[in-house]
Design a binder for this molecule. Sequence first.
Ligand SMILES: *Cc1c(COP(=O)(O)O)cnc(C)c1O
Length: 384
Amino acid sequence: MSGTEDQGRASGGGDGTRAVRAGLPEPVAYEPTLPGPVFAAHFHLPGEPTGPYTYGRDENPTWTHLERAIGELEAPGEDGVETLVFASGMAATSSVLFSQLRAGDTVVLPSDGYQALPLVRAQLEAYGIEVRTAPTGGDAQLGVLDGAKLLWIETPSNPGLDVCDIRRLVEAAHAGGALVAVDNTLATPLGQRPLELGADFSVASGTKQLTGHGDVLLGYVSGRDAEAMAAVRRWRKIVGAIPGPMEAWLAHRSLATLQLRVERQNATALALAEALRDRPEELGVRYPGLPGDPSHKIAARQMRRYGCVVSFTLPTRARAERFLESLRLVDDATSFGGVRSTAERRGRWGGDAVPEGFIRMSVGAEDPEDLVADVLRALDESDR
Ligand SMILES: *Cc1c(COP(=O)(O)O)cnc(C)c1O
């Protein structure tokens, strides 16, 4: 399983080159470039069970290729980074939190992070773990770090699109002996590399822009600390939160177009954010890549690309609902990162501290002029 047999790493180069080759095995005559999914609950296993492939809940060759690929994107050219894939982003998130924390420990979570974090918080507290929260913006988590064992960062935050200074938070956390995990879902590894910024874990949902077609649930954890990663691996084994081989293979296949999708979607997201900013009415548009956005200064220092999610606020719930109904090229759906644009009134779920008219929009791979025109038309039509 050494990195040397891995073409993506050997080829170096830019993000597009890396994405198309990431995790591919050495060419074998008359074998496919990307080996197909290996469907196996068990493997032939004579004698001592030394592996690498013994039982399908522990390891699978299709995961191995995908894990190498994601590792190359999260930490290009770096040896010693281990990646583990999971059944979903929440499986990956839970694996880090529940494998690293014990009763009596303290963890710091964002107060404005992913929707399921409050559920996780309740479970952590039920196990006797103290949970503190603070907002992402203004690096406010610094204020509640004292004595913590683990700091969980989500930047840019979903759905508020606030950004915190990863390096600054890592420095403070490490000084106090805490590990740091960064939820890298929104940025993708092409947008941000938390391990290079000092984090101990980069954790993400691969369900979103990483795989980008809205047809796969996946999660992963990348980390450099062998002991910490061994605990995460053990958690995956005992909980069994494993991706199916077909999902893992589809995800790997999707990585080949990651750079293309990200470039297109993110460029259109910026164009849309600019068009919304230039409207006569005040929409409170947020996009970390928009100069002047409260997140932009720190984002520009630590991000290479700014994501495909744009948010803005319509005056009322009714207006937001009319707007969503008026859209023709944008599906009213949750999640984000897919090649087909989606938007939703985020307040319909409850739980996020957002106004009733808050719209979270995920920009897809449509032609930018078509998409921007559709959104501006729907804004006009819903203004009755
Ligand atoms: C979607 C999401 C998750 C959870 O991922 P699933 O694949 O749905 O389990 C975690 N964090 C963020 C920021 C997300 O957007």
